[in-house]
Design a protein around this ligand. Structure first.
Ligand code: AMP
Length: 394
């Protein structure tokens, strides 16, 4: 029997998301989520089944996942399972492609914890436990940063003292790479072209948000930096600010580094501006005349426009701009507002096409527009599974 199934694990700080995908036909055999790990009210959602009760740690969470899969006859001991693919947030400069995990690779991912303190530890735990459960199975790490390692040095560097930067590995790495890779390729497909033939701006607008400039299938710039805090306005993250705000908060407001970290990562962005991080709520309130929601929407869209303009200049010629992730795929008002006013630059949105709801990749620009505006649903799990399967089959 050929092993064609890939289990994709996305271990976050308090959650584990997973999908079992059969690469023979791309079908999802199982989809699930363990959330609120470490709390009394942890929850396991496996397809339509849902159970709740305390799940103390990631080990217990992965055991719960294994049990759910077992119940459906899809257990980790199945001979059809080819590999486990792990989403790993930070791969630094070393990991430019999916990598089979051995002790040395795991150590290197651990060495990157200082630059990804919120994410890499959970990813490492996920890998360790999955390895313990099925030691003979390839465990493959797929890095959020990998797609961006092609950025030219002048786009990756901050203009700070080089020695200090190098000593502490301070540079722009970028994140959401699997999504930017997948969506840029799917956008080319939608245009009937190969990735090499097109220049695309990808706008991944979810709870976290990032933009990338992709020239001929290769990433040349992206909005997130050393950490996923830089760039666009997000659900709870500020995105770009003057770094002197940090000194000011420390010196004048007397805040500690940890407090500032929490302020900028968890209490800023749309939540900080108007108290809501769900774009549906923000738009609903804005339409009803709520001033804070209107301002938050304005700040969000203004930042987005600035990145579209910047990446148009970086690319020189843009064939398409693609909206993806929760907000990008679903919020017609955000797409309309972000593209509105850019007609002289060749961008336009057709109101009727923009209002269509669909799970399929689609164009929302009128025929006359010089640049195609597309909505392209992202599929990070499928992208991870494809990369893992290609590696273990090779
Ligand atoms: P993601 O991180 O890609 O799952 O995106 C999550 C975010 O997408 C949520 O916080 C919402 O702000 C946004 N979102 C989801 N559904 C919609 C919708 N129908 N309209 C507008 N925004 C949405």
């Amino acid at each position: 029997m050929t092993a064609t199934r890939i289990l994709v694990l996305n271990s976050g700080s308090s959650s584990v998301k997973y999908q079992l995908i059969d690469m023979a036909d791309g079908s999802r055999l199982a989809t699930g989520l363990v959330e609120r790990i470490g709390e009394e009210t942890s929850r396991v959602k496996h397809g339509d089944r849902e159970t709740s009760g305390p799940i103390p740690d990631h080990e217990a969470a992965l055991r719960a996942v294994a049990e759910e899969l077992d119940t459906d006859g899809l257990g980790l001991d199945s001979p059809e399972l080819a590999a486990v693919g792990h989403r790993v947030v930070h791969g630094g400069l070393r990991f430019t492609a999916p990598t089979v995990v051995d002790d040395e690779v795991l150590e290197e991912i651990e060495r990157l914890v200082p630059v990804a303190p919120l994410h890499n530890p959970a990813n490492i735990t996920g890998i360790r436990i999955a390895r313990a459960l099925r030691p003979d199975l390839p465990q493959v790490a797929v890095f959020d940063t990998a797609f961006h390692t092609t950025m030219p040095e002048y786009a990756a560097r901050y203009a700070i003292d080089v020695e200090t930067a190098d000593a502490h590995r301070i540079r722009r790495y970028g994140f959401h790479g699997t999504s930017h890779a997948y969506v840029s390729r799917e956008t080319a497909k939608l245009l009937g072209k190969t990735p090499e033939e097109v220049n695309v701006i990808v706008l991944h607008l979810g709870n976290g948000a990032s933009a990338s400039a992709v020239r001929g299938g290769v990433c040349v710039d992206t909005s997130m930096g050393l950490t996923p805090l830089e760039g666009l306005v997000m659900g709870t993250r500020s995105g770009d600010i003057d770094p002197a705000v940090v000194f000011h908060l420390s010196r004048v407001a007397g805040m500690s580094v940890d407090e500032i970290d929490e302020l900028l990562n968890k209490k800023s962005g749309m939540v900080g501006l108007c108290g809501d991080n769900d774009m549906r709520e923000v738009v609903r309130r804005a339409v009803e005349g709520d001033g804070a929601a209107q301002l938050a929407f304005g700040v969000y869209v203004h930042r987005l426009k600035k990145y579209i303009g910047a990446y148009s200049a970086v690319l020189g010629r843009v064939d398409a701009v693609a909206f993806t992730a929760g907000v990008g795929e679903n919020s017609a008002p955000v797409r309309e507002a972000a593209i509105g006013g850019l007609e002289e630059m060749g961008y336009a949105v057709d109101a009727d096409l923009n209002s269509v709801r669909s799970d399929e990749p689609r164009l929302i620009s009128p025929d006359y527009a010089r640049v195609a505006v597309a909505v392209v649903p992202t599929d990070e799990e499928l992208e991870i599974a494809q990369q893992v399967y290609a590696l273990v089959r090779a």
